[in-house]
Write a protein that binds this ligand. Structure first.
Ligand code: DLL
Length: 446
């Protein structure tokens, strides 16, 4: 596959070196010295202040004083979402409630919400790192920024809001949903950048086209997109339709929120992890062993500067690889997130992620990026149906041929047999934030 990101003259430029934070310019050795110092502090701090960490470390027979070099981190036990649930709501906090300036929570699909907290200092670091991510992605001080991440307990809205303000932008706090109003404000306020999930930007593009508005004719120059997995093919789709640069931003509430890593506009090769604040590892999700850089596995983070809720070796369940630094040579990048290990479909022994379908479908002319995956069990065997909309300009006959092609390509590249159902344009549910792609109907008598 050879998709070149950005087929047009770029409307923004990379950050000037003099605007970078000093940590972005450190040598790798300096950065690792800083990491070690912060790691030693965080591990001791968590041990002293959070009973769960003391218990876990004691059970594993490790003590903060065992952390003499970065590699010693591997001796410490992992933390998982389940630990947060068991300590619901505030049991993971390392400071008294009076020192917690803000709380966020993510509901997830099952069970109790996971609750996270921030001191004033944590909020300052968060906005600095979000601002750093925006700057890396070509957003400039003085720009108007349309923020369509959801406001509220979700970290996307407020995280993006304060980050953009910190960079010195004019923020339009639109939040998610109300697509008509989004379009109206984009036309009237003429923002330079938009912040939202990739599938919500697709919804906006789609709604513009339906109203006869050319998405390439807006004032937008840059989109900073995250909160869900997306592919190079989706980047190409959005960049071409809107005539913008689209960059990735990554994060998760438990580790901070959006801005744990951000993508450099001049490279567009995966998000740079802000390693002065987070120490990443990749582990084998089955054996729990640490893997060398470059190997695919589960991303694990240890926070280096968090006060209200430090996390030690937090299992993200996100599957990716650690890659060498490019835009910031001292800090490593994450490759595209293939998906979450808990979102993986296992279809008759074959592992499958929605991003694989997105990648294949978007390379077939006539098929749109609007699709869902349904899993059923009609005859005691699991079956996958891909429901995908044809593009407006694709005839029913051409769509039938495209469906055959999609089925064949999925068999070749993923190894699964599936059914394809072509849906009419505009009939599948649209995203207003994180899009749900998988519908598991196996327990519904289907
Ligand atoms: O989604 C934080 C966020 C908001 C990130 C806005 C970027 C932009 P949670 O709701 O806790 O936090 O969900 C975190 O979302 O573990 C990944 O599975 C997924 N995710 C976040 N960013 C990306 C990305 C926010 N750029 C979970 N690519 C994470 C792929 C992402 N997946």
């Amino acid at each position: 596959m050879n998709i070149t990101a950005g087929t047009k003259a770029r409307k923004s430029t990379p950050a000037e070196p003099e605007t970078l934070d000093p940590e972005e310019l450190m040598s790798r050795d300096e950065l690792e010295a800083l990491q070690l110092q912060r790691l030693q502090h965080t591990v001791a701090y968590a041990y002293e202040r959070v009973p769960m960490y003391k218990q876990k470390f004691d059970d594993a027979g490790v003590h903060p004083s065992d952390l003499k070099e970065l590699a010693d981190l591997g001796k410490f036990p992992y933390t998982d979402k389940e630990d947060l649930r068991q300590n619901y709501p505030f049991g993971m906090f390392a400071v008294p409630q009076q020192e917690v300036a803000r709380i966020h929570a993510s509901s997830g699909t099952t069970g109790r919400a996971t609750v996270v907290g921030y001191t004033k200092g944590d909020l300052e670091r968060w906005e600095t790192l979000f601002a750093r991510s925006l700057r890396a992605s070509g957003v400039k001080r003085g720009w108007k920024v349309h923020n369509a991440y959801g406001y509220g307990l979700f970290t996307g809205g407020l995280g993006a809001h304060y980050g953009a303000e910190k960079l010195g932008c004019t923020v339009i706090p639109m939040s998610g949903g109300q697509t008509e109003k989004q379009i109206q404000l984009i036309q009237d306020f003429e923002p330079d950048a938009i912040l939202c999930t990739p599938t919500y930007l697709l919804t906006i593009v789609d709604a513009m086209e339906q109203r006869g508005i050319d998405p390439a004719g807006t004032s937008l120059k840059v989109a900073v997109l995250g909160a869900e997995p997306w592919t190079e093919e989706m980047r190409h789709e959005l960049e071409t339709k809107l005539d913008i640069d689209a960059c990735d931003i990554y994060g998760l509430s438990e580790v901070m929120g959006p801005g744990v890593a951000g993508e450099c506009i001049d490279y567009k090769d995966g998000s740079t992890i802000w390693e002065d604040h987070f120490r990443p590892e990749i582990v084998d999700p089955l054996t729990n062993t640490v893997l060398p850089d470059g190997e695919p596995g589960e991303l694990v983070f240890t926070s280096l500067t968090k006060e209200a809720m430090p996390v030690i070796r937090y299992r993200t369940h996100d599957l990716t690889r650690l890659l060498p630094g490019t835009g910031r040579p001292n800090m490593r990048r994450i490759g595209r997130i293939t998906g979450r290990s808990d979102d993986m479909i296992i279809l008759r022994g074959v592992n499958l992620f929605p991003t694989q379908i997105e990648e294949i479908a978007l390379r077939i002319p006539g098929l749109s990026p609007h699709f869902v995956l349904e899993i059923t069990r009609p005859h005691r065997m699991d079956e996958l149906t891909v429901k995908i909309e044809r593009r407006e300009d694709c005839s029913t006959e051409t769509a039938a041929a495209a469906a055959k092609d999609l089925q064949k390509q999925i068999k070749i590249h993923v190894g699964s047999s599936c059914r394809i159902e072509i849906a009419e344009p505009g009939t599948l549910a649209r995203s207003s934030g994180k899009l749900r792609r998988i519908y598991d109907l196996r327990n519904q008598g289907a």
